[in-house]
Design a protein around this ligand. Structure first.
Ligand code: NAD
Length: 538
């Protein structure tokens, strides 16, 4: 058993004492793991084993929450929220800025844990502390702008005063996925805290430890211990328990689950934001810088092995440059470094699970069996790790193939030619999703005009997704079946508030006065309305 200090981070070398499985060794220091899992409200006595996709080594036996535990988590959160909502915005923003520093200081520990749990390449794991630092700083610095009470114009200028207040919703339930386990558990919760809410989060069962480390860092940054509760358990069992108790739900995951959650929220008449799936298009116009576009397409399609909501699975290339572009894209894809290690230097790691591997394999096999051509990749790589699948570019994909319209959520992209831009726009808009799009062109103005025609919540010109995702002022979310509501920007924080308008009337009432008849009052008001319009008043 290692003597390592639990706060010093996970070990990167096994083996360690096997507890439940005599043939296995633990990848992480047990004291470190216990220090994280003790944060869970989970007294059922049941545990769920989590193994690393890197080498299938056990990482933890995570205690599982019962319905009574979820109840307890909400009780604690509500109690903490009463006090927290009375703190000043400056107090909350200061904690947010301390979190910013802490996340940057402890990035190695955070990244190691993310890599162990998700298998992703280190450079993609780095995106997570990076995104949380950006999020914390943005919300801290814009808190007053978004949340301060303010006076707005009343119906009778000068005589009607209206004050607008933003009250917290109460306790926000967050249900998060496994693909970006640290940032997805945390990024939507930070604006909720800033607005004076408490949070109960249910991370995905495969990536509880990264989410628990996030909870630990919040406490170290000075947020009250009980303001952030973490519960565990299978999504279909524990997820609905959050929806039954929360004042607002923020969900990130598949469209199928999003629909269930929206119905449950409708029954309780509570609000929700849903960040869902996509089948995102990347357009390479005839005037694109082909090297730049090929480099961008690699990141667009294969970041985090394609397990990224905003990554691209459909590539539309202008006929005139199709062959030259594909040659470059294939060459860059084949030059990628694949590996299941925690070191810097890998361009892509394994998929997170057997289930993901089976989905990706099934999509590619289905396409190939129906006539699609594999330009590169196309097979699993068990020699590199149990769930490895090569970055894959397909051609000749047709509507009868599963991967034509269904999200693969893996490292598979289908290339298509287009003849004119109207054709490209129509095909990019085909299907039910509308999350993210990317356009490569040397003519920024032209690309932005095309962006206006694309039915996606975000469009990135000469970049895959980071231009919008990294710009925290930019609202992120999906149109159509890709979601409801937005994270980031003003909308990202205001969704967690109840707006209250307080109107104060002075001197004259808003009704007939001095014996005036209703008819005379109607005439006077009609004249007033016409006058105010002429004066240009709202
Ligand atoms: P999923 O819907 O299966 O699971 C997401 C979360 O919901 C998990 O925590 C899970 O335990 C929970 N859950 C599952 N069933 C539930 C139920 N019936 N009630 C309540 N909670 C339930 O999604 P996934 O397969 O884990 O994640 C991948 C999907 O997420 C992809 O479709 C991807 O595009 C999407 N995603 C979207 C975004 C975004 O910002 N738009 C970000 C990341 C992932």
């Amino acid at each position: 058993m290692s003597e390592r200090n639990p706060s010093s981070g996970p070990l990167v070398e096994g083996p360690h004492d096997p507890e439940h499985d005599p043939t296995a060794s633990y990848a992480l220091d047990r004291a470190y793991v216990d220090n994280l899992t003790r944060r869970l409200v989970a007294t059922s006595g049941a545990t769920a084993e989590v193994r690393s996709p890197i080498n299938e080594q056990p990482l933890a036996h995570v205690p599982q929450s019962s319905e009574a535990d979820v109840d307890e988590a909400f009780r604690r959160a509500r109690k903490a929220q009463e006090e927290w909502s009375r703190t000043t915005i400056d107090t909350r923003a200061a904690a947010m800025l301390r979190l910013h520093d802490l996340v940057l200081d402890r990035q190695d520990e955070i990244i190691d844990l993310i890599c162990w749990e998700s298998g992703k390449a280190r450079k993609h794991a780095f995106d997570e502390p990076l995104h949380i630092a950006l999020t914390a700083r943005y919300h801290a610095r814009t808190a007053h702008h978004h949340l301060d009470s303010r006076r707005i114009r009343g119906v009778i200028p000068g005589l009607t005063r209206v004050d607008l207040h933003r009250h917290p919703k109460g306790v926000v339930g967050i249900i998060s996925p496994w693909n970006y386990p640290f940032t997805m558990a945390l990024c939507d919760g930070l604006p909720a805290l800033l607005a004076g809410n408490a949070v109960v989060v249910k991370p995905d069962a495969q990536t509880m430890l990264s989410a628990l480390l996030a909870a630990q860092l919040l406490e170290e940054a000075g947020f009250p211990t009980d303001i952030w509760q973490v519960v565990s358990g299978p999504g279909p069992h524990i997820g609905p328990e959050l929806v039954k108790r929360a004042d607002y739900i923020c969900f990130t995951g598949s469209t199928a689950t999003g629909r269930i959650i929206a119905k449950d929220c409708a029954d309780r008449l509570i609000g929700c934001s849903l960040e869902l799936g996509g089948k995102n298009p990347i357009l390479v116009l005839r005037d694109a810088d082909l090297e730049k576009a090929a480099e961008g397409a690699v990141r667009a399609a294969f970041s985090n092995a394609g397990q990224l909501c905003v990554s691209m699975e459909r590539l539309f290339v202008a006929d005139q440059v199709y062959d030259r572009f594909l040659e470059r894209f294939v060459a860059r894809t084949e030059a990628m470094t694949l590996g299941s290690t925690l070191d810097w230097g890998n361009d892509m790691g394994p998929l997170i699970s057997k289930r993901q591997l089976e989905t990706v394999t099934a999509h590619v096999e289905d396409a190939v069996s129906k006539g699609a051509r594999v330009l590169t990749g196309g097979r699993a790589r068990p020699d590199l790790g149990p769930y490895f699948f090569e970055p894959t570019i397909l051609e000749g994909v047709t509507p009868d193939m599963t991967c034509f319209g269904q999200e693969t959520f893996g490292p598979v992209i289908s290339a298509y030619r287009f003849t004119d831009e109207a054709d490209a726009i129509a095909r990019a808009n085909d299907g039910e999703y509308g999350l993210n799009a990317s356009i490569y062109s040397r003519d920024g103005a032209r690309a932005r005009a095309i962006a206006g025609e694309i039915k996606c919540g975000t469009v990135n010109v000469n970049e895959a997704f980071a231009a919008t995702f990294g710009s925290l002022e930019a609202p992120m979310g999906g149109m159509r079946q890709s979601g409801l509501g937005r994270r980031q920007g003003a909308e990202g924080v205001l969704r967690y508030t109840e707006t209250q308008s307080v109107g104060t009337q002075r001197m004259i009432r808003i009704a007939p006065m001095f014996g005036m008849s209703d008819q005379a009052y109607a005439k006077l008001m009609t004249t007033n309305l016409r006058l105010l319009k002429k004066l240009g008043r709202a």
